[in-house]
Design a protein around this ligand. Structure first.
Ligand code: TYM
Length: 332
C-alpha cells in the first residue's frame, strides 16, 4: 500500500474546526486505501514557549481527538514525535542541507518571528520546517494530507529529499502534498479573511472540537457576514458567507453550487442556523468520545507506546541508511 503521513501540533487544549476539516477528516478517509502514519509533533510545539504540564496533557488530548475523530490505532500507526528519537537525528541532517536564506524565506517563520519580535524568536522556529521535513522523509510516504497553510513546508521537504538524493544517491521518496477540495482553508468566524487558528484575536472566531456544543452553535450564528442578502460563494466580496459555505460543504459533503441553489431567496440567518446544526451534529459525538477516552489515560499512553514502537521499526533503518550515506562512522 502507498503510504500517508501527517501530524498535528498539541499546542492548544483542543483541536479546532480548521484542523478537523483541513486535515483530520482526510486522514480518516485515507485509512482504507493507504498505510498510514499519524503523529503528534510535540517537538514542534516547543519552538514557542510551552508550559510543561500543559504540553504533556495536550499531547494526550490531541491523541484522544485523533481516535475520537476516526483514526483507528489498530490500522494506522499513531505516535508522539518525541518518542521516536530518529526525528531529531534526521532533523540535524536536514538543517545542514538547508540554506540560511531558504529557511528565512518561509512565510510561517516570517509571520511568527515578526509577531514576537525577530530578536526574541528561537532558532527552533527557524529550524521548524527542517524538523518537519525529517518527520516526513523518515517514513518514505507518498502523500502528505495537510491544509493549505503547510504547502510551503511540504515543498521544502520535497526539495530537501531531492537535494539529498542528488548529493548522496537515491534515498528518499519525494512525497506529494494532498490538499482537500473544500476545507483546505477555514477562516476565522469573526475575521473571515484570516485563517482560523488557535491564536485567534476573538475567542468567538474559533470553533474548538472539545467546547460545549451550545457555544459552537452560538459562535456560528453570530459569524460576521456582510451587508448583502444573497447566499453566494465569493471569496473577495463575501468572505464570511463563503467561509460558512465552505464549512457547510465540508461537513455535509454537498457541493457549493448545490448549497447556493438551496439558499436562493433565503436569508443569512437561515444559512447560519443550518450550518450551526450541521457542525454540532458532526462534532458532538467526537467531543463525547474524546472526553471518554481521556478518562483512561493509561490506556491512551499504552496505545501511543505501541505506535512509537511501530514507527521506530520503519524510521530506524531509514536513518541508518542516511547515516551511512553521509559518512558517519558506525558505532559498532
Ligand atoms: P498544525 O498543527 O498547525 O495544523 C494541523 C493541520 O491542520 C491544518 N489547518 C487548517 N486547515 C484548514 N483551515 C485552517 N484554518 C487550518 N489551520 C490548520 C494544517 O494545515 C495541518 O494540516 N507543521 C504542522 C505539523 C507537522 C506536520 C509534520 C504535518 C509537523 N510535522 C509532518 C505534516 C507532516 C503544523 O504545525 O500543523
Amino acid at each position: 500500500h502507498p503510504r500517508v503521513l501527517s501530524g498535528m501540533q498539541p499546542s492548544a487544549d483542543s483541536l479546532h474546526l480548521g484542523n478537523y476539516l483541513g486535515a483530520l477528516t482526510n486522514w480518516v478517509e485515507s485509512q482504507n486505501d493507504f498505510d498510514n502514519f499519524f503523529f503528534i509533533p510535540d517537538m514542534h510545539a516547543i519552538t514557542v514557549p510551552q508550559d510543561p504540564e500543559s504540553l504533556r496533557e495536550r499531547t494526550r488530548v490531541t491523541a484522544a481527538q485523533f481516535i475520537a475523530g476516526g483514526i483507528d490505532p489498530e490500522r494506522a500507526t499513531l505516535f508522539v514525535q518525541s518518542h521516536v528519537p530518529e526525528h531529531a537525528q534526521l532533523a540535524w541532517i536536514m538543517i545542514c542541507l538547508t540554506g540560511m536564506g531558504e529557511a528565512e524565506r518561509m512565510t510561517q517563520f516570517k509571520d511568527k518571528s515578526a509577531k514576537g519580535g525577530a530578536e526574541s524568536s528561537s532558532v527552533g522556529l527557524l529550524a521548524y520546517p527542517m524538523l518537519m521535513a525529517a518527520d516526513i522523509l523518515l517514513y518514505q510516504p507518498h502523500l502528505i494530507p495537510v491544509g493549505d497553510d503547510q504547502r510551503q513546508h511540504v515543498e521544502l521537504a520535497r526539495n530537501l529529499a531531492q537535494r539529498f538524493n542528488h548529493r548522496y544517491g537515491e534515498t528518499f521518496i519525494v512525497p506529494q502534498g494532498f490538499y482537500p477540495k473544500t476545507g483546505a482553508r477555514i477562516y476565522d468566524l469573526q475575521n473571515p479573511t484570516v485563517k482560523m487558528s488557535k491564536s485567534a484575536e476573538s475567542p468567538n472566531g474559533l470553533i474548538s472540537i472539545l467546547e460545549e456544543p451550545k457555544k459552537t452553535a452560538k459562535k456560528i450564528r453570530s459569524a460576521v457576514t456582510d451587508n448583502g442578502t444573497d447566499v453566494r460563494f465569493d471569496q473577495q466580496e463575501k468572505p464570511g458567507v463563503s467561509n460558512l459555505l465552505s464549512i457547510f460543504s465540508a461537513v455535509t459533503g454537498r457541493s457549493i453550487p448545490e448549497l447556493e441553489e438551496a439558499y436562493v431567496g433565503k436569508m443569512y440567518g437561515h444559512l447560519k442556523v443550518d450550518v450551526a446544526d450541521a457542525v454540532v451534529e458532526r462534532l458532538s459525538p467526537i467531543r463525547e468520545r474524546a472526553l471518554e477516552l481521556l478518562d483512561d489515560k493509561a490506556e491512551l499512553d499504552r496505545i501511543l507506546a505501541i505506535g512509537a514502537q511501530k514507527a521506530r521499526e520503519v524510521a530506524a533503518p531509514v536513518l541508518a541508511d542516511v547515516y551511512e550515506k553521509v559518512g558517519f562512522l558506525p558505532a559498532s
